[in-house]
Design a protein. Structure first.
Length: 220
């Protein structure tokens, strides 16, 4: 980040135990409350160096100067751990209390280990989010009935050798068996990296913004 202003605020500690990067959009503070995207990185970005998070996804887009009309919350998972839904819930509480977050427009997305984390967090708190976008991850099909009313758009590469396509297919099928609907994109030629194309697609962010939490709970 030498030579230009860092677009992220850095927080080395939080009540959740996850350090995090936070980006505030250019419109923040000028148009009331702001929507928030929680981004969960993959296993390769675990550790105690927050800059590792910037390798992929929305943080990279922000670093490259791309337009991103959301508050972007990027926690870092410690080495040897996986995402904890309880801890992520605590982090969201902390950030929502400190910044002007639209509680009806909180979205979760993540890749690989973060894709698993996205499903896990949504299953734990299905009424907290407006929509989710898990990439190459799976979850507990036994609990899929909890997601029948939550908009979801899932992504996976057909040639993924690290996380088999069946992981996402099983979750999509389980949610739909309970009356829900998951928008599902399979990239026929993609391997594990299903995220670069996904996060470069402006349609994803328009789709997120089309959804608000039901029932609404926004503060005044």
């Amino acid at each position: 980040m030498v030579g230009k202003r860092d677009p992220f605020l850095r927080h080395a500690a939080s009540c959740s135990g996850y350090p995090f990067l936070l980006y505030l959009p250019t419109s923040y503070g000028r148009s009331g409350l702001s929507p928030l995207v929680l981004f969960l990185h993959g296993s390769g970005e675990r550790g105690n160096d927050l800059d590792l998070i910037r390798r992929h996804g929305p943080p990279r887009i922000v670093d490259e100067g791309g337009h991103f009309p959301f508050i972007l919350l990027c926690p870092q998972c410690p080495k040897g751990r996986t995402w904890s839904a309880a801890r992520l819930g605590m982090l969201l509480d902390q950030v929502a209390d400190a910044w002007r977050v639209d509680l009806d427009q909180i979205y979760v997305t993540g890749l690989s280990m973060g894709g698993y984390g996205t499903w896990r967090l949504a299953l734990r708190f299905p009424n907290r989010f407006a929509a989710i976008a898990p990439i190459c991850g799976g979850g507990s099909t036994r609990l899929a009935h909890r997601l029948k009313d939550l908009p979801a758009w899932a992504f996976h590469g057909a040639l993924d050798e690290h996380v088999p396509l069946i992981e996402t297919e099983n979750m999509v099928r389980a949610v739909e068996q309970h009356g829900g609907h998951v928008r599902f994109t399979i990239y026929p030629e993609a391997g594990h990296d299903a995220w670069t194309k996904t996060y470069r697609n402006p349609e994803l962010y328009l789709w997120l913004l089309d959804h608000r939490r039901i029932p609404p709970l926004s503060r005044a």
